[in-house]
Design a protein around this ligand. Structure first.
Ligand code: GLU
Length: 378
């Protein structure tokens, strides 16, 4: 299997390493009986490992904790009972991770578990933490394996299904594409079990997804085609392509990324990463300013992050996660998400990043505003 990404993905290739999120449904991993299917899991891991070893950054979002744990609880509860499901996931999640780790180890790779709730993603401070953790793992060559933190999630904080979790995470880490693995190989114009059902290899962004008749949800996971299409709508509107493909093939991940299989959902062409950055400028805190020196101003214009050493002063008070104005002389040259509270920046300004840990007692980030979270004004 070669690693030349299909043309459609190249079109939306941003500079730098490609970053792909792959989401695997419970049915792929465990089937109805709840036993972890090592053959299928092994094939997925093989492909992810090849991608990683060839310089692509990958994040895996996997379901299957609840179904893998179910068999061990016997008749302790009903399918709809929340505490029963939470207990099942508490049993199943480590089994799932152990299976993934064992498979990745065969390729010399290490995995890391990241369990998230909706609260972690909607709260900007925690959202930044999550983002930094996942990026750090990827940069280190470790495979982040994500799932919802089912054993603590309850109604108000649940994401609900991993298709949405995968979409949120893809946006969060600025992924270049999301692959959703499921039973059918993408979309058909009608129920694929009906004779004459036509496979849809790709859909333009303007295609009305509501016209698609989705088959009923799977009996194993929480999702189905409808939740996948919801994730597709969210991401393609942000300029990120999505592929839905089947886990039932030799190369479940490489094939949809490199060949014309599955269904490719083209993203909105008018939006790109700048749209996200422009969005940052809409939520800026009007009374929060970071004043920088000439060197920092030049560096920012060359697409660098804002380091503590380039900061002269601050005005106003703000929290980590707030969007602040970055000012050189009398002009606001950029806006961006601050990685630190204003009171911490007072201590850090003019200092080197290597001094952060000794000055504050910890170093959650080497930069004050990361370039990915900064919108430079003309
Ligand atoms: N987080 C759940 C699990 O691991 C699955 C959620 C879903 O099916 O989307 O069992």
């Amino acid at each position: 299997m070669n690693f030349k990404f299909r043309q459609e993905l190249h079109l939306h290739h941003h500079l730098g390493a490609k970053r792909i999120v792959v989401k695997v449904g419970s049915a792929a991993i465990t089937g109805e009986q709840g036993r972890i299917d090592l053959t299928c899991l092994g094939r997925i891991v093989h492909d992810l490992a090849q991608l990683c070893l060839n310089g692509t950054e990958v994040v895996l979002v996997t379901s299957g904790a609840i179904s893998a744990g179910r068999g061990f609880l016997g008749s302790a509860g009903k399918k709809a009972d929340i505490s029963y499901l939470q207990a099942c996931s508490a049993v199943g999640q480590p089994l799932l991770m152990a299976a993934y780790q064992k498979e990745f180890e065969k390729h010399g790779l290490m995995t890391a578990q990241v369990l998230l709730t909706h609260d972690d993603l909607k709260n900007r401070t925690r959202n930044l933490n999550t983002r930094n953790t996942i990026l750090k793992l990827m940069k280190t060559g470790i495979i982040p394996i994500l799932n919802e933190n089912d054993s603590v999630s309850f109604e108000e904080i649940t994401v609900g299904d991993n298709d949405q979790l995968a979409a949120m995470v893809t946006e969060l880490i600025e992924g270049h594409g999301l692959v959703l693995l499921t039973g059918p190989d993408g979309l058909y114009d009608q129920d694929p079990s009906l004779p004459g059902a036509k496979h849809l290899p790709s859909l333009e962004f303007h295609a009305d997804l509501k016209e698609i008749k989705t088959i009923t949800k799977s009996s194993v996971g929480r999702g189905g085609m409808a939740t996948k299409l919801l994730a597709v709508r969210k991401l393609t509107a942000l300029g990120i392509p999505v592929i839905i493909g089947t886990y039932r093939r030799e190369h479940p991940v490489l094939a949809p990324l490199c060949e014309s299989v599955g269904t490719f959902f083209h993203p909105h062409r008018l939006t790109d990463k700048n749209r996200r950055k422009a969005w940052i400028s809409t939520i800026v805190k009007n009374n929060a300013f970071v004043l920088i020196d000439e060197g920092a101003c030049k560096a920012l214009r060359k697409n660098a992050s804002l380091l503590p050493i380039g900061i002269r002063a601050i005005q106003g008070t703000f929290k980590r996660g707030d969007v602040v104005n970055i000012k050189y002389q009398a002009k606001i040259i950029a806006v961006g998400i601050s990685e630190y509270d204003s009171k911490d920046i007072l201590q850090l300004m003019g200092k080197k990043s290597t001094e952060i840990a000794s000055l504050l007692g910890s170093c959650p980030s080497d930069v004050i505003v990361h370039r990915d979270n900064m919108f430079i004004k003309d």
